[in-house]
Ligand binder design. Structure first.
Ligand SMILES: [Zn+2]
Length: 81
């Protein structure tokens, strides 16, 4: 389900700026339960996980959902490194 042939399998939201080097592989996980976590990859920086609008207070169930989303992105990163 990669966006470009050169993308890792997890890249579902590829961003391409003007310059060929400004190519950013992304995958997002968005949930009302916890907010948003995005993983990006560039050859220079490698894989980075970003937290956006993440809620400060989570129930145990919501914390579990966030943890699972993060672990899924970590597993994806590990599978391509
Ligand atoms: Zn990509």
């Amino acid at each position: 389900m990669s966006v470009l042939p050169s993308c890792p399998a997890w890249c579902t939201d590829h961003r391409q700026a003007g310059h060929p080097d400004d190519s950013l592989c992304r995958t997002r996980s968005v949930s009302d339960a916890y907010g948003e976590t995005v993983m990006t990859y560039t050859p220079d920086e490698g894989a980075i996980v970003w937290l956006y609008n993440t809620r400060d207070e989570l129930t145990v169930d919501e914390a579990e959902q966030l943890a699972r989303a993060l672990l899924a992105q970590v597993a994806a990163a590990r599978s391509t490194s």
